[in-house]
Write a protein that binds this ligand. Structure first.
Ligand code: HEC
Length: 101
């Protein structure tokens, strides 16, 4: 039984992978991959860059709006936020919010 079942399971797993990648691209919506270079989606100990994965989308959007209007001082985020329109920001925020904390 085990000899028959294992290869079946293995091929099921192999088949599942590309389908999953198509449904939820690992790099997120356009622009999101430019964030993950600094804001890791996996936990990194002692990073000076605040984690945004798993935060509320509305909070991320608020941060981005404030950075964009220079309401809050920032080193890099002001420049980055200015390069995104509201739609892109919303999509990226929603994607980060859906990532595991
Ligand atoms: C070059 C590195 C870098 C990139 C790229 C980058 N960030 Fe940041 N981010 C930072 C740093 C550093 C801070 C802290 C504020 C500052 O100094 O600008 C920050 C702060 C933030 C904060 C506030 C978090 C908090 O709790 O204070 C949010 C939200 C954020 N970034 C979202 C994004 C998004 C969305 C993107 C992609 C569009 C992005 N960042 C790209 C470095 C980066």
């Amino acid at each position: 039984m085990g000899r028959v079942l294992l290869p079946v399971l293995a091929s099921a797993l192999l088949l599942a992978d590309p389908a999953q990648a198509a449904d939820a691209p690992l790099n997120g919506p356009p622009g999101a991959s430019s964030c993950t270079g600094c804001h890791a989606t996996t936990r990194i100990a002692d990073s000076v860059i605040p984690r945004i994965a798993g935060r509320k989308a509305a909070d991320i959007v608020t941060f981005m709006r404030e950075y964009k209007s220079d309401a809050w001082p920032s080193s890099v985020m002001g420049r980055i936020a200015k390069g995104l329109d509201d739609q892109q920001t919303d999509a990226i925020a929603a994607w980060f919010a859906a990532q595991p904390e």
